[in-house]
Write a protein that binds this ligand. Structure first.
Ligand code: GCB
Length: 594
């Protein structure tokens, strides 16, 4: 015992060697069109509140029969309980519901043959929040950020026969993370998106970015492919439906770039036309389905393919009463079909990167998307490590989704209190977004100056679309103030009301009138719609929110752990009256525009 206590004292920096943020956007690999071996399914599992695993180095233990084991350690990664990946541990056992800390996942990985001509990449779809990866006892790297995919190259590290993979995932909220300690969504933990192993040739296409060249009169396509590995000649690109067959020679850094004349049929919500594209280098090949369209902001107007655009939106979280943050194609399709019933052309995927299937399905069905990173409320704006983390999450999101025509806005933050450090932080994110993707617009949920009753936020000078979350009729009582804000503000850029709404508990015990009643929520929507109709610089709205969602902080008798601002209850079926009000408003808006 004494030894143990001493060891703790000595080891207060026990996790320092592993906290590297070494698995970041630079390790990403383009995966569209690649075959993969799924590593989903059963993994051994143990929660580890005190980080004993890092102190005792559980990852260094070899598989052994219990009676032969010499280490008197507090866990044996090869024995005991199993859980399924993807999952959030909160949804698996009641006793893990509020667990915040590290948890360990272990599984074998059988390799038939290690080939000198191949590379192997592990891809983890998302793990909340940081994830340390170990293979056969060796630490391979750490990833920060709970909603973007990351990769670990396992080439040269896998042995023939049995290998053991271990992941240590930690969801502790801290002030320096993105998001920080305080949010209005549930702090799920675990590996909650798919895990897979990719086998590739030695030389790969690490990245592929395809887009219509902005302002090109819709007749130029730009293609950028990043080759990684020994030179094997040109990159060939084929887009059969456009008659494109091109060959590009990579530069010394492996970057192959070309601008090609082409006049594709433009992608839009009314005509979500996608083109198959294939890129090949040596023995490596990737494919994608890409739409071509142009999103622009001029003055206070938005244009899609040159036509004025009004965003008829709805905000959504990734949350499910049964599965937590784990989602599925069926869940995502249900969400889009509800959005269609609402007559939407736009969804705000709040407040973090959603599952990649969302933008793929939006491409196919014809929805416009706002995608976002969790720079939410008062994060640690003065901390360079926090900025690095936010930037990395933004780049990983952009690299994952920048071939998706549906995505028109990258949002870099939500309701961040005004200060110089915040402005510098957010400006830097906007610059990063433009650097990695000059073809889309940037936004953020900005601030209202309540003293002046005016839309006023220094950040609006740097972004293309001014998002505003306003809760007149809910947090702010007086609707007249919204009218005054409308009159006092003359923004030079388009405004999107990125949130507005009110809670409604429609259960049997919900109130029949006043706050939290369905009638009151309907009233708020009616007043909002009436007022917003008169503000001509408002170029879209995405009310809060499609479905009721789970969150720790909401504990009054009507909420009971749920934010009830949904237009549909948490069962994802029962519509509230306000749903129909919004659907009718959007139907009228659609006809006004077309
Ligand atoms: C907001 C936040 C959102 C909350 C919402 C609310 O302004 O952006 O995350 O859930 O208000 O319900 O208070």
């Amino acid at each position: 015992l004494a030894d143990n206590a001493l060891q703790c004292l000595h080891d207060e920096g026990y996790d320092a060697p592993y906290n590297t943020q070494s698995l970041n956007h630079q390790t990403m690999v383009f995966v569209q069109g690649r075959d993969a071996e799924s590593l989903d399914g059963k993994w051994n599992f143990c929660v580890d509140l005190l980080d004993t695993g890092l102190r005792q180095k559980w990852f260094s233990m070899l598989p052994q029969a219990a009676e032969d084991r010499l280490e008197p350690y507090d866990y044996d990664p090869y024995l005991g309980e199993q859980v399924t990946i993807p999952s959030n541990w909160q949804m698996l056992k009641e006793k893990w519901y509020f667990f915040e800390g590290s948890a360990w996942y272990t599984r074998p990985l059988a390799v038939d043959k290690v080939s000198a001509d191949e590379r192997k990449f592990l891809r983890i779809g998302a793990a909340q929040y940081d994830c340390k990866v170990f293979l056969n006892g060796a630490f391979l790297g750490n990833h920060y950020g709970g909603s973007t995919p990351f990769f670990v190259e396992l080439t040269d590290k896998l042995q023939e026969g049995e290998n053991w993979l271990m992941l240590c995932v930690n969801n502790t909220r801290t002030t320096d993370r993105v998001p920080m300690r305080n949010t209005d969504w549930f702090n799920y933990g675990g590996v909650y998106r798919e895990v897979a192993l990719y086998t590739t040739p030695k030389t790969i296409l690490r990245d592929l970015f395809v887009a219509l060249v902005p302002d090109s009169a819709y007749n130029k396509i730009s293609i950028e492919a990043q080759v990684d590995g020994p030179a094997v000649g040109d990159v060939s690109i084929s887009i059969p439906d456009l008659g494109i067959q091109a060959s590009i020679t990579p530069d010394a850094e492996g970057l192959a770039k070309i601008i090609i004349d082409a006049s594709p049929e433009l992608w839009s919500p009314e005509n979500p036309r996608l083109y198959d594209i294939t890129a090949t280098v040596g023995d490596d090949q990737v494919t994608d389905r890409v739409g071509f369209r142009q999103i622009e902001q001029t003055g206070a107007d938005l244009f899609l393919n040159g036509k004025p655009l009004f965003l008829r939106g709805i905000s959504v979280h990734e949350d499910d009463a049964e599965t937590g943050k784990v989602t599925s194609e069926a869940d995502i399709r249900r969400r889009f079909s509800h959005a269609r019933e609402l007559n939407c052309n736009f969804l705000r995927l709040a407040h973090y990167p959603h599952h990649e299937l969302a933008s793929q399905i939006a491409d196919e069905m014809g929805f416009l998307l706002w995608e976002e990173i969790p720079v939410y409320w008062a994060i640690d704006f003065e901390n360079p490590a926090t900025l690095r983390d936010a930037e990395n999450q933004l780049i990983e999101l952009i690299k994952r989704d920048r071939n998706r025509a549906s995505v028109v806005i990258w949002s870099v933050g939500n309701e961040n209190p005004d200060s110089d450090p915040r402005l510098n932080f957010m400006r830097s994110l906007v610059e990063t977004a433009k650097q990695f993707d000059p073809t889309r617009l940037t936004s953020a949920a900005c601030l209202i100056n309540h003293a002046k009753n005016k839309i006023e936020d220094r950040l609006s000078d740097y972004i293309d679309v001014i998002g505003i979350n306003e809760y007149y009729g809910w947090y702010e009582e007086n609707f007249e103030d919204l009218i005054e804000i409308g009159l006092n503000s003359s923004p030079e850029k388009p405004v999107v009301i990125s949130e507005t709404g009110a809670d409604a508990d429609i259960s049997a015990t919900g109130p029949k009138k006043g706050l939290f009643s369905e009638a009151y929520q309907t009233h708020v929507y009616e007043r909002q719609i009436e007022t917003l109709r008169t503000l001509d610089y408002v170029k879209g709205i995405s009310p809060w929110i499609l479905y009721d969602f789970r969150v720790e902080r909401r504990q009054n008798v009507f909420q009971q752990g749920t934010n009830k601002k949904g237009l549909i209850a948490g069962d994802k079926q029962t519509k509230k009256e306000a749903f129909h009000k919004l659907a009718a408003f959007y139907a009228s808006k659609r006809h006004e525009i077309e």
